[in-house]
Write a protein that binds this ligand. Structure first.
Ligand code: SF4
Ligand code: SF4
Length: 170
């Protein structure tokens, strides 16, 4: 690849494969799995980096007393080692999800394509999932529209956000 003058070539983060797996997945309820910190590797990445920073800075020697540093490192290491969620379309998300079962039963990719409206028996759950996802900073497709365009804009927004942007730092 040709390097443009004066601009160092950026390397992908080591956690990129997790994001690559979920970046094209829009769940039936509209949650974009690419923006989920569990699926895109953000939580794992942050746990790994925090553990390393605590060690590198020797916080155990000069930092707050009364912290169980051994337990903290063990906990961060196990969070870091946890495999990322594979995404709603690849077996992740809620076990036996009623929304997924209903949408696939109707041969729909997304609930926004559904004509049931207020008659949807999963409406409460649907709203709960979307509100919760928006509350933690996820990006949700709540309207009909071009999926590729949504994903393109979503990725650009994710890169601007923190802490999800940690995935795009070298
Ligand atoms: S499992 Fe259900 S609630 Fe979870 S992301 Fe998939 S469709 Fe949405
Ligand atoms: S009835 Fe509800 S859960 Fe089922 S596809 Fe329509 S909007 Fe989705």
């Amino acid at each position: 690849m040709k390097r443009s003058k004066g601009k160092p070539m950026r390397k992908r983060s080591a956690r990129a494969p997790a994001f690559e797996n979920v970046k094209g997945q829009i769940a039936y309820c509209g949650l974009w799995c690419g923006s989920c910190a569990v699926g895109n590797g953000t939580i794992s990445e942050l746990a790994g980096r925090l553990g390393k920073l605590i060690k590198d800075y020797g916080i155990e020697e000069w930092g707050p007393k009364g912290v169980d540093y051994k337990g903290l490192h063990e906990s961060l290491a196990s969070i870091h080692a946890e495999p990322p969620c594979p995404g709603c379309l690849r077996g992740g998300g809620r076990t036996n999800c009623e929304i997924r079962a209903c949408a696939t039963g109707k041969h729909l990719h997304e609930c926004v394509e559904c004509n049931d409206g207020e008659a949807c028996e999963n409406l409460k759950l649907l709203r709960h999932m979307r509100t919760g996802a928006l509350g933690v900073g996820m990006i949700v497709k709540e309207k009909k529209g071009n999926r590729s365009e949504f994903l393109r804009k979503g990725e650009a927004e994710l890169k601007r956000k923190s802490p999800s942007s940690v995935l795009f730092l070298d």
